[in-house]
Design a protein around this ligand. Structure first.
Ligand code: ACO
Length: 326
């Protein structure tokens, strides 16, 4: 039997209750004696607002909400799934995995379920892993979720990081198919760069040891991100024997509009082909790529048969690309 391809058959998204504008955030930070402004945030990042979860919301609940939307779009019942891969750096518990908790919430008992931890590259990592598992012929219907509540690991006294991130979840259903879907997937990491973006604290003997907050060297991240995204895009295009002109849509990790513009410029891709949601969502880490994809599918930009390039980059340092025919 020929090896099956894997194809995305449904997308979904979930955002917590309320958008917090830059002006509102600036007022909240001013009350703590921290100065920032809508002008600074928009000019440096393109972010205009972000969604922040309240204390009662879990990463599991957000992930399950996005998963249900993706399953509905695919016309599948949760019980039909045989694989759940969930990407998060903000799990609800140390264990079990958030994938197992989402599986229970959905009622998909029996499906294999595990988390991948690749920070902002997590969804692209999860998609590549699920694709490889489907292509073995053993798994046929997978759910890949990116779900994050980053607001809980931000230091709200550090204006260089707390204005950048938001909460959310996105998901896709990936099914075995005789028609090509994912054409090429490549993942990379460089652990020697771990310190430029990290949350280094750990739990031991009943207490947090070390720093429990996200820390970042913004300029180092910027430089590395632009370099690796360009090389990674060219790698999957070469694997699929396609040129840049074949790309209908670039759906990159949404960290910063300046990174997105620089990547498009280096690739020679028109900016009109880049899906940009960072203004609405902020940086939602592993959720950003599936959130952006779902938005562009639902508003009719991404259509069946088009070539879509998904790209992740983030802590680790990790990066990767998935090129697919939608
Ligand atoms: N509001 C107002 N002023 C600020 C703020 C803020 N929120 N944050 C920093 N500043 C000030 C700094 O204190 C500094 O002031 P100074 O010149 O008086 O010392 C000034 O603004 C410039 O600071 P820089 O850190 O040099 O600002 P930069 O131009 O590098 O922009 C940024 C910072 C936006 C983080 C940029 O480095 C960047 O885009 N980095 C990419 C990293 C990124 O997007 N990370 C997201 C997560 S990583 C990922 O997802 C892959």
């Amino acid at each position: 039997m020929a090896r099956p391809w894997s194809r995305i058959t449904g997308t979904g998204a979930a955002l917590p209750g309320r958008a917090v504008s830059n002006d509102e955030l600036a007022r909240q930070l001013a009350a703590r004696g921290i100065e920032t402004s809508d002008e600074w945030i928009v000019a440096r990042t393109g972010i205009r607002q972000r969604y922040i979860a309240d204390a009662s919301l879990s990463t599991t609940a957000l992930g399950a909400q996005a998963a249900r939307a993706a399953l509905q779009a695919a016309g599948l019942e949760p019980a039909a799934l045989d694989l759940i891969v969930l990407a998060t750096s903000t799990p609800d518990q140390i264990f079990p995995s958030t994938a197992c908790l989402v599986q229970a919430d959905l009622g998909a008992a029996g499906a294999a379920a595990f988390d991948v931890q690749a920070v902002c590259s997590g969804f692209v990592y999860g998609l590549a892993v699920a694709d490889a598992m489907i292509r073995t012929g053993v798994y046929r219907r997978a759910l890949v979720v990116g779900a994050e509540i980053f607001s809980r690991i931000l230091d709200w006294n550090d204006r260089t990081t707390c204005v950048l991130f938001g909460d959310g979840a996105g998901a896709v259903v990936l099914e075995a198919s005789e028609q090509p879907g994912i054409l090429a997937a490549r993942l990379h990491a460089d652990g020697t760069q771990a310190r430029i973006l990290c949350t280094a604290g750990r739990l031991a003997q009943g207490a947090v040891h070390g720093d429990p907050f996200l820390r970042m060297d913004g300029q180092a991240v910027f430089r590395l991100a632009v370099n690796v995204l360009d090389a990674s895009a060219r790698e999957v295009l070469a694997d699929a024997e396609l040129g840049v002109e074949a790309v209908d849509w670039l759906v990159p990790h949404q960290a910063n509009v300046r990174i997105l513009s620089a990547t498009a410029r280096r690739l020679g891709l028109a900016e009109s082909k880049v899906i940009v949601t960072v203004g609405q969502h902020g940086n939602t880490s592993a959720a950003s790529v599936p959130l952006a994809l779902d938005l562009a599918v639902r508003d009719g930009r991404v259509r069946a048969g088009q070539h879509v390039l998904l790209q992740g980059v983030g802590g680790g340092f990790t990066w990767g690309s998935v090129l697919l025919r939608f």
